[in-house]
Design a protein. Sequence first.
Length: 244
Amino acid sequence: MPTIELKKATKRYRTEQGWLEAVSSVDLTIQQGEFVFVVGSSGAGKSTLLQLIAGQLRADEGLVLLDGVNVAPLPLFPVAKVRRNFGYVAQESHLMRRRTIYENLIMVARTSGLTRAKKLMERTLKALSIVGLGDMGEKYPGELSIGQARRVELARALINSPPILVLDELTANLDEDNIWDMMHVLSELNRGGTTVVMATHASMIVNIMHRRVVTLVDGRIAGDVVGGRYGEIKGRKSKYTLPH
Ligand code: ADP
């Protein structure tokens, strides 16, 4: 049961105006099976925090651990095995436009070491059927609606059955029906034990879903409320968050 732990994690970017601290000394613990919304205004540090959690970025200070193992890539090291625990969906699409959906997904399935064509196809079909797109494999990304494309991104993240999903604005630009279809899929996966960490601006879903809500302001955690509402910073604190 992998536990995610951030200990005084800090990430800075070099900008024309000097160094900018996008995530500042964040302490956060997420247990396996939790459903966590990460909210905050644009530029608050949500994407950076998610990339730190999923091992896409390395903290400049502090630690990001999965069951005590550092998740971030070391310079010159191949992608760490620990990263395979995370299914990560970035804000921008990672689908290759000249490849079919099957081909896109099979490429990711191969990274788990699978080579047999039949197994690769089975896995791809399973991931697509979880997101309700079992019949879309032959299409190209450009032929999909925005909602379908985001669901394919989710299938791509799911393909190797990771215990943890880290999702950056997965529901951005979707209409309400598509948002709820997506939330239904995520709720089912979470019910099955998958951890979901999701950055979003969609206050409506946060308020209705009533899950743990971590609010970021200027790269710091301003609120961490279980069963919270969008932007709520006071309430029942998560028992998992370490005292500052
Ligand atoms: P959010 O997801 O909440 O909008 P981000 O994590 O994307 O926040 O960004 C936090 C801050 O870091 C913002 O001020 C943003 O402009 C800055 N930032 C993000 N990525 C980079 C980068 N690659 N280089 C320089 N600054 C960045």
